[in-house]
Design a protein around this ligand. Structure first.
Ligand code: ZN
Length: 394
C-alpha cells in the first residue's frame, strides 16, 4: 500500500502548479525542486525494498531464532536477555542502514545544497542517539519486563503509568535536557524581533518568557520553529535558519500560528490522545503476550516476552497505520485552526509569505496526490492552507 501511495504521488510531480503558488519558484528553481523529489522517490524505493528484503530474509531463515539462541547462551535472566535481544536488533539494523542515511545526507541533501553537517557530526549524532536509546529505551524495557514478572498480564497498567510519566517528563524537559546534547541554544537577544514577539504575545494574553534560538544551521539549511513544554517550562525555539530566511513580521506570524495551537488546546489534546493510544496498545499487548503462537510466528521456538513483543509489533502495524491516519486527519484540522488563529490575531499575509518561503527553501512538493495527503500529511498541502488564509470569512 505504501509503495502504491508513493507511486501515485510521484505521478503528480509534473502536475501544473496551482495559480496561487506560481510565484514561489521560477522555471529553473522548479526544475531543481522536481529533481529533488524524484531523487528522493527513487532512493526511497531502494531503501524500502532493502528493508523489506532484510525483514523477509530474517523471518524466512530463522534470524530471530538464531539471535534468541545467542542471547540465551549468555544469560538466564529474562530482563538481560530482552535487553541484549533488542540491543542487537536495534543497533544491528541501524548499522546496516547507516550507508543509506549517509548517502541521503552527504550525497542527496549535499547535491541540493541542504546539507551543512560534517562527517564527524553525523557519526557523533549517531553515537549519542544510541546512548539515549540504551539509557531510556533500555530502562523502560527493563522496568516493563520487571512489571510483567511481578504482576503477570496486569503489567500493562503499570507499564502505562510508567510511559505516561516518561512522556510528560520529556514534554516538559526535552528542551532543557535533550536538546543541549545535540545543539547550542541561546535566549533570543534583545532587539526589534524580540520586542515584536513580546508585543504580540502580550496582545493575545499569552505568557511567553522563554524564547530561544537554536543552531539548526550546523546540520541543514532547512528552517523550523517549535513550542515545547507547558506551564512554567513552556518555551519557543526558533532555528537560526528561520531568523535568516524570514523577515520579522513573518516570524511573528509563524509564532502566532504556534500560539494558536496552544490557545486551541491542541498541545494538551495531542498529549492526552497519545497517552490513551499507548494505554490501548498496551492493553491489547497484554492479551497476546502470554500466547506462545506470537513468538512462534516469528520463528522463535521458546516463547518469551521479547520474542512476543517483536511478533506483536509486526502484527500490530496495520492497526497503528489506522491510528496514525486518524491522528493525521485531526492534525490537518488543527493546522487550519492555528492558521485561522494567526490570521485573526495577527495577519494572514505574512503567514502566507512565510509558508511560501519555507516551502521554497525545503523544495517541498507543491502538487501532492490527494490519497498520499490523506494517509501521510500531518499538515494540509500548501495551496489549501493559502486558500484558507485568503478566505475573508472564517
Ligand atoms: Zn501547526
Amino acid at each position: 500500500m505504501e509503495t502504491i501511495l508513493d507511486y501515485l504521488n510521484a505521478q503528480h510531480y509534473n502536475k501544473p502548479v496551482p495559480e496561487e503558488l506560481r510565484d514561489i519558484f521560477d522555471e529553473t528553481e522548479y526544475q531543481k525542486s522536481q529533481d529533488y523529489k524524484r531523487t528522493n522517490y527513487r532512493f526511497g524505493l531502494l531503501t524500502s525494498t532493502f528493508s523489506l528484503l532484510l525483514t523477509l530474509v530474517f523471518l524466512i531463515f530463522g534470524g530471530f531464532e538464531w539471535m534468541d539462541n545467542i542471547v540465551r547462551g549468555f544469560t538466564d535472566n529474562q530482563i538481560i536477555m530482552a535487553l541484549l535481544f533488542f540491543g542487537i536488533i536495534m543497533i544491528g539494523s541501524d548499522i546496516i542502514t547507516t550507508p543509506f542515511s549517509y548517502y541521503q545526507t552527504f550525497v542527496i541533501e549535499e547535491r541540493f545544497g541542504f546539507n551543512k553537517s560534517t562527517k564527524k557530526l553525523f557519526f557523533t549524532d549517531k553515537l549519542k542517539g544510541w546512548l539515549m536509546m540504551v539509557v531510556f529505551g533500555g530502562g523502560i524495557l527493563a522496568l516493563i519486563i520487571w512489571f510483567f514478572q511481578w504482576a503477570g498480564s496486569d503489567f500493562w497498567i503499570y507499564a502505562w503509568a510508567l510511559v505516561t510519566i516518561f512522556t510528560i517528563f520529556m514534554n516538559l524537559f526535552y528542551s532543557r535536557l535533550i536538546v543541549p546534547l545535540f545543539n547550542k541554544q541561546e535566549p533570543l537577544e534583545n532587539g526589534s524581533l524580540k520586542s515584536k514577539i513580546e508585543a504580540y504575545a502580550k496582545n493575545v494574553g499569552f505568557e511567553l518568557k522563554n524564547i530561544f534560538v537554536i543552531d539548526g544551521s550546523k546540520r541543514s539549511t532547512k528552517a523550523n520553529a517549535y513550542f515545547s513544554g507547558f506551564g512554567k517550562e513552556k518555551r519557543v525555539t526558533l532555528y537560526d535558519t528561520l531568523i535568516k530566511d524570514l523577515n520579522e513580521e513573518e516570524i511573528v506570524a509563524v509564532l502566532a500560528h504556534e500560539v494558536g495551537h496552544y490557545k486551541r488546546k491542541h498541545i494538551v489534546f495531542n498529549l492526552l490522545t497519545s497517552i490513551v493510544v499507548t494505554g490501548l496498545t498496551l492493553l491489547i499487548l497484554s492479551l497476546f503476550i502470554n500466547n506462545p503462537e506470537v513468538s512462534l510466528a516469528i520463528g522463535v521456538s521458546q516463547p518469551s516476552f521479547h520474542a512476543a513483543l517483536i511478533g506483536f509489533g509486526i502484527l500490530y502495524s496495520p492497526i497503528s497505520e489506522v491510528t496514525g491516519l486518524v491522528m493525521n486527519l485531526l492534525s490537518r484540522k488543527f493546522e487550519y485552526q492555528a492558521d485561522d488563529y494567526a490570521k485573526n490575531t495577527f495577519a494572514a499575509l505574512p503567514l502566507i509569505t512565510s509558508l511560501k518561503k519555507l516551502s521554497k527553501n525545503s523544495l517541498s512538493n507543491l502538487t501532492p496526490h490527494p490519497a498520499y495527503v490523506f494517509m501521510h500529511y500531518s499538515h494540509p498541502p500548501l495551496v489549501d492552507r493559502i486558500r484558507n488564509l485568503k478566505k475573508t470569512h472564517s
